[in-house]
Design a protein around this ligand. Structure first.
Ligand code: IMP
Ligand code: MG
Length: 179
C-alpha cells in the first residue's frame, strides 16, 4: 500500500499537532455549550475520532451518510442524497459538522441545507482539508486544518475507490494508479 504513495503531504505528527490545535480552539469557542459533532461517512471518521479526543468539553456525536457529488463536474447533474440519516435530533443543539475535505462545496452546501431545516441552535463547519479556490458553491467554513493544492489525496480517512483510508498520513498517489 505504501508503495502506491507518490508524496506525503502531511505526516502523522503534523496531522496530530494540527488536530490538537483545532481541538483547543473549539474547546475555547464552545465553552459552556452542549457541543454536538456530526461527521460525514466515511471520510470524516478518522478526523472525527481524533478531534473529539482533542476537545476538552462534554460532547456527543453522530454520523450522516450521503452519496456525494464527488467526482461530478457539473453542479446539479447528479443529486446528493442521504444514505444514512442521523440517529439523534439536532433541534436546539450546537452542531459542529466535521468534514474530511471541502472541494467544490457542493456536498457541504447540500448537507448544510438539510441540517439547517432541522433548526439547530447553531451550525459551524470544521474541515481537515480545504481547496477554497475550487468552490462552485460558496459556503461558510469556520475551522480549517490545511489548505491543499489541486492534487488528489488519500489517507487519514480519505480514499481512492474505497482504499487507502487507513494510511496514517495524507499523501498523493502515483499518477499511474488513479488516471
Ligand atoms: P465537494 O462536494 O466537491 O466539496 O467534494 C467533497 C467530497 O469529495 C469529499 O467529502 C470527499 O469525499 C471527496 N473528495 C474531494 N477531493 C478528494 C481527494 O483529494 N481525495 C479523496 N476524496 C476527495
Ligand atoms: Mg466527504
Amino acid at each position: 500500500m505504501h508503495d502506491d504513495v507518490a508524496q506525503v503531504l502531511f505526516t502523522r505528527a503534523r496531522l496530530q499537532a494540527r488536530v490538537r490545535a483545532l481541538g483547543r480552539r473549539i474547546t475555547r469557542d464552545y465553552a459552556g455549550r452542549d457541543l454536538h459533532l456530526i461527521t460525514i461517512l466515511r471520510g470524516g471518521l478518522f478526523f472525527l475520532t481524533d478531534l473529539a479526543r482533542a476537545i476538552e468539553l462534554p460532547l456527543s456525536l453522530d454520523c450522516l451518510g450521503i452519496s456525494s457529488y464527488a467526482g461530478q463536474v457539473t453542479p446539479g447533474q447528479g443529486r446528493a442524497r442521504i444514505t444514512k440519516d442521523l440517529d439523534d435530533q439536532i433541534e436546539g443543539r450546537h452542531v459542529l459538522l466535521v468534514e474530511d475535505i471541502i472541494d467544490t462545496g457542493l456536498t457541504l452546501g447540500y448537507i448544510r441545507r438539510s441540517l439547517l431545516v432541522r433548526e439547530p441552535a447553531s451550525l459551524r463547519v470544521c474541515t481537515l482539508l480545504d481547496r477554497p479556490y475550487r468552490r462552485i458553491v460558496e459556503t461558510p467554513v469556520d475551522y480549517v486544518g490545511f489548505e491543499i493544492p489541486d492534487a488528489f489525496v488519500v489517507g487519514y480517512g480519505l480514499d481512492w475507490r474505497g482504499r487507502y483510508r487507513n494510511l496514517p498520513f495524507i499523501a498523493t498517489l502515483k499518477p499511474e494508479l488513479h488516471t
